[in-house]
Design a protein around this ligand. Structure first.
Ligand SMILES: C[S@@+](CC[C@H](N)C(=O)[O-])C[C@H]1O[C@@H](n2cnc3c(N)ncnc32)[C@H](O)[C@@H]1O
Length: 274
């Protein structure tokens, strides 16, 4: 008996496009905003970037959001940095049509441009962008080195990549590590999780100088899910906008004591184009 042929890249992409097209037709936009938590998270990450690279982000710049989906990050970034010209790109064209509605939900004007594009062949000239931003997107790349080389091509030397909410293997609960990729593939998406050193290698191989920052974006789940010893108290802290650095330290203390992590712990990839 011959083994079934593995799906081709074209098939994998077509399957993911179908998956996200259905998802964006059905999912609840309001929930994505996590009651304002996400916006606080974005601000926190942009603040970290400014400190890390000692530069204000709000300066005249051309910016590309990769895998923008319904545009949460692109819309927020254009409001946060009014001097930016932001282009949001995704290979699911329907997602781009949701940006006006998302901006209304976020209560900011939408001032981003939109481009239906596959990040493996971007319709932009070399050295076009000063910043590349992405939110929980790059781990969907089938060949991340190839994708990040293409992204490097359209980025000016010295330009920055800020990729938020990338899943990071050691931060997952051991049980979840084994099943994550398999489950996601079965659902029709191309999720991959790498360790932070693997991400660093991927970035170096594709022309970027990486600086990774490990932390978690899912503090609200960890603290407020009711499934942890901290339970409801965590929800109250978050409502009062406890700084994320503080929450991060708390999570590590929790991990050290109980040896478990929230299921969806993620890292930010910061990198500079060489
Ligand atoms: C998990 S979603 C994130 C969407 C949005 N950034 C957010 O955080 O809500 C990943 C997005 O990456 C997009 N994507 C995956 N592969 C892509 C590719 N090859 N080119 C462009 N977009 C891609 C998907 O269509 C999807 O919208």
């Amino acid at each position: 008996m011959t083994a079934p042929a593995s799906p081709t890249e074209t098939e994998l992409k077509a399957s993911e496009i179908r998956y996200f097209d259905t998802y964006y037709h059905q999912a609840d936009m309001q929930r994505q905003l996590m009651d304002g938590y996400l916006v606080q998270y974005f601000e926190n990450e942009f603040g970290r970037t400014e400190r890390l690279y000692q530069q204000p982000l709000n300066r005249p710049a051309t910016v590309l959001d990769l895998g923008s989906g319904w545009g949460t990050l692109a819309i927020w970034a254009a409001a946060r940095c009014p001097q930016w010209r932001v282009i949001a790109s995704d290979y699911v064209p329907y997602s781009l049509t949701l940006h006006d509605a998302m901006a209304a939900r976020m209560q900011v004007p939408r001032r981003n441009w939109r481009a239906a594009a596959d990040w493996d062949s971007l319709p932009f000239a070399d050295n076009t962008f000063d910043y590349i931003i992405a939110d929980r997107a790059l781990h969907h790349a089938l060949d991340p080195v190839r994708t990040l080389r293409e992204v490097r091509r359209v980025t000016r030397q010295g330009g920055l990549l800020i990729a938020l909410r990338e899943p990071a293997l050691p931060l997952y609960r051991p049980g979840a590590r084994a099943t994550f990729a398999v489950n996601m593939l079965a659902e029709g998406t191309n999720d991959h999780i790498y360790t932070p050193p693997q991400w660093a290698d991927i970035l170096r191989q594709s022309g970027w100088q990486p600086r990774l920052r490990v932390h978690t974006e899912d503090m609200e789940r960890f603290l407020s899910g009711g499934t942890t010893p901290l339970g409801r108290r965590g929800r109250k802290w978050l409502r009062h906008r406890v700084p994320l650095d503080w929450l991060e330290r708390l999570m590590y203390a929790f991990v050290a004591r109980w040896g478990s992590t929230p299921e969806l712990s993620k890292i930010t990839l910061y990198a500079q184009a060489l």
